[in-house]
Design a protein around this ligand. Structure first.
Ligand SMILES: [Zn+2]
Ligand SMILES: [Zn+2]
Length: 236
């Protein structure tokens, strides 16, 4: 049976940047879009978001800086999260185990302080990963598996050779998952060429930045530093 991931992989290779980062970004945005559309009222997802204390830093920025921003959905999620933190924090004025601990902390009694610190730290520590990271990791896992399985089919290997290449984090994962030694070698060869080309472009940019050669003007090497930086860490 044909692998449904294959056409998406080949298509992403024709776009700028790391094809896997591009696919993962698109998939994560669709996930977040759906989340606010359908899942905010889903008890399982609400519970997951309470345990993860909302989203990670990357996905918080994504939600705030793009059209994914959904004030009502985000208010519902974060009301839950803040309630969870507040209800887990030790209550100074309530009876029970934690009663008076906050007062005693203020008076600095070491034994109770430790007990209180553990409760307080636990209340502020996520117990599960950001749901968007979790979804993205599952998605990229499936894409990486398809990539390594089909790496030696001409359509995919040619597309990958013509692409900007995988970023190093996904290249490392792809190498770890390699289905064969020849697939492993192919991945190395493709990316060695890309790294060499990028290195040459950086050297060319530096050469042209010298006042004696400024008249030559910049070509594709003008943004080589950006592509090099993204290749090292990914572009999500
Ligand atoms: Zn990437
Ligand atoms: Zn995240």
């Amino acid at each position: 049976m044909a692998d449904p991931n294959l056409p998406a992989l080949i298509e992403a290779c024709a776009q700028p940047g790391c094809p896997l980062c591009r696919l993962a970004q698109g998939a994560t945005e669709r996930f977040l879009d759906n989340l606010f559309y359908e899942m905010v009222n889903d008890a399982g997802m609400r519970n997951q978001l309470r345990n993860s204390l909302g989203f990670c830093k990357t996905h918080t920025r994504l939600l705030l800086d793009t059209s994914l921003r959904d004030p009502l959905g985000l208010s519902i999620v974060y009301l839950d999260v803040l309630n969870k933190i507040l209800s887990t924090l030790p209550q100074p004025d309530q009876p029970g185990r934690a009663a008076g601990l906050l007062d005693r902390l203020l008076r600095r009694l070491p034994k109770e302080t430790t007990e209180l610190s553990i409760d307080a730290l636990q209340a502020m520590t996520p117990r599960s990963p950001c749901p968007a990271c979790h979804y993205r990791d599952q998605y990229t896992h499936s894409m990486l598996e398809s990539l390594t399985i089909h790496l030696e089919t001409p359509d995919l290997s040619q597309a990958l050779e013509a692409s900007d290449g995988l970023c190093l984090p996904y290249l490392r994962l792809a190498l770890e998952k390699s289905a064969s030694m020849s697939g492993f070698a192919k991945l190395i060869l493709i990316h060695q060429n890309k790294l060499q080309k990028l290195r040459d472009e950086l050297a060319e940019f530096i050469r042209k930045s010298d006042y004696r050669f400024m008249g030559e003007g910049f070509g594709a090497e003008g943004n080589a530093y950006q592509r090099a930086m993204e290749m090292l860490v990914g572009s999500e």
